[in-house]
Ligand binder design. Structure first.
Ligand SMILES: [Zn+2]
Length: 73
């Protein structure tokens, strides 16, 4: 399941959030101050992966190639 890193634009806190559905992505709020002014940042894992394959990152890359994790689209 995809884990994204978010940064709060209000207090600057950085936290990770597991996104299971689109609904979850729209309900993200800062764990520190509760603000919903959060911005998704690119995680280090994604950066490392994209440097090798300069294309789209497969969503199942972190789950061992299991094709059942197609709920996030
Ligand atoms: Zn905050």
């Amino acid at each position: 399941m995809p884990i994204y890193e978010y940064k709060c634009r209000k207090c600057g806190a950085v936290f990770e959030q597991i996104i299971i559905s689109k609904h979850d992505a729209s309900e993200i709020s800062c764990r520190k101050c509760g603000s919903n002014l959060v911005r998704k940042t690119i995680s280090a894992a994604s950066l490392k992966l994209s440097s090798h394959s300069a294309g789209s990152i497969p969503s199942g890359a972190f789950s061992g190639g299991c094709s059942s994790s197609s709920g996030f689209s």
